[in-house]
Design a protein. Structure first.
Length: 419
């Protein structure tokens, strides 16, 4: 019985592994493989246990009891084996991976596992199986449908006509809802945190409620806030309702006040009040101020995060202000000038600061006339002004002209999208 030798033959699919014969050192038949277990704490890729037996009683052989792996069987170096008991430290390839949804971090999408590719590695005078890729396309489905119906050589020959769709194991992210099991399997979502929040939002929206909640429980607070802002509001509400209120409050504190206010408005009143009470005083005050306005008004659309300076300020004052309020940089398009009574007098595009002398007064750099909108104006009026003046941001004032907030272009896009 010849061992597999070529590069292609050194790949073993999980569909082939399950059902493979187990033989003792003297050729005695022990059973057939039913599943294989990965123990991430021992090794992130190497199969740690081979399971055999029936549905009621299962036994295991360790990886270091394997002498060779051939196309027909696994030959053991000894025939000592022990019962296998469910172990949260083990990832069972057939039970825990096949047909499960996992995150393809490289492709930025959720996929369903149809098969698993394992590579035969010869080390320490024995053969080992190392997890290499997961199959998520038709080829893996074809292998599963035909396994046991056709000879394995024929299956491999026929599958070459089907396009392969597979993901290297290092780009697979398992979403495990159970916090204790996540720890035991050493599951990390570090790779997900490298994605753009908008891409992560697409992934989150494809997952089920338990999986979504699991992700948000493990993300850092700032990243969770960025991702939550990008998710559909119905899913935002579902996620926020699933979290402890102190965790929910921490996330909302990291969100822009207008986004946090919109989300709190979507919750039931008691839940909203509970979370607001858990927030720190300053962000709670910013959010609470916005909650006073109806959603479909300029006040309900605005954020109270903006940069305003006295009307006699200089370019250097503006630069210093941006350094102090660096959280504004992502959305900052204008610096607003106000008089002693906080009434809006002018707005200066940030781009003009880059080519001006640091000691240059800001007021000469301002637009000749600053578009603005009354806080009580409805959403249609806001959109009309944005369109008329080609605004990137629109200051919101009260009846006395006092600057209260700013509506940004992404706020308007969100309204138009909802309509």
């Amino acid at each position: 019985m010849a061992s597999v030798s070529t590069a292609q033959e050194r790949l073993v699919y999980l569909t082939e592994l399950t059902g493979l014969r187990l033989e003792g050192p003297n050729g005695d038949r022990i059973g057939r493989v039913r599943d294989a277990a990965l123990a991430p704490r021992e090794h992130p890729r190497r199969v740690s246990r081979f399971l055999f037996g029936d549905s009621r009683t299962r036994f295991q052989v360790r990886f270091d009891q394997v002498a060779s792996i051939t196309s027909d069987c696994i030959v053991l170096s000894d025939d000592n084996f022990a019962p296998y008991h469910s172990d949260d430290f083990h990832l069972l390839l057939a039970h825990d991976l096949l047909d499960q949804q996992i995150v393809d971090v490289n492709g930025r999408k959720v996929v369903r596992v149809n098969d698993v590719s394992l590579r035969v590695e010869h080390a320490n005078n024995r053969d080992e199986l190392w997890l290499q890729e997961v199959g998520v396309g038709l080829r893996g489905a074809f292998r599963r449908l035909t396994e046991g119906l056709l000879p394995r050589g024929a299956i491999r020959a026929l599958q070459e006509r089907i396009p392969e769709n597979r993901i290297p194991w290092e780009y697979c992210n398992i979403v495990e809802p159970d916090p204790q099991r996540r720890l035991k399997l050493l599951i990390s979502h570090d790779r997900l945190s490298l994605l753009h929040p908008a891409d992560l939002a697409d992934i989150v929206e494809e997952l089920g409620p338990a999986e979504r909640e699991a992700l948000f429980e493990t993300f850092g607070t700032e990243f969770a806030a960025q991702a939550l802002e990008e998710v559909d509001q119905k899913i935002q509400v579902s996620i926020l309702n699933s979290l402890d209120r102190d965790r929910a409050a921490d996330i909302l504190e990291e969100m822009a006040p207008d986004s946090a206010a919109d989300l709190l408005n979507a919750l039931d009143d008691q839940r909203s009040e509970d979370i607001l009470e858990e927030m720190e005083d300053e962000p709670a005050a910013d959010v609470g101020e916005l909650l006073e306005y109806d959603e479909d008004t300029a006040g309900g659309m605005m954020t109270n995060y903006f940069l305003s300076l006295p009307q006699d300020a200089t370019v250097l004052d503006a630069i210093d202000g941006m350094r102090r309020e660096d959280y504004l940089v992502k959305t900052l398009t204008h610096v607003f000038l106000v008089d002693d009574d906080e009434r809006l007098t002018a707005s200066v595009p940030v781009g003009r600061l880059l080519i001006a002398d640091p000691n240059q007064p800001l007021k000469p750099l301002a637009f000749r006339e600053t578009a603005r909108v009354d806080v009580a104006s409805d959403g249609s009026r806001v959109i009309e002004i944005f369109d008329k003046y080609n605004c990137y941001s629109l200051p919101v004032v009260d009846e006395l002209g006092v600057l209260l907030g700013v509506i940004t272009a992404d706020d308007v896009i969100a309204v138009l999208k909802d309509r």
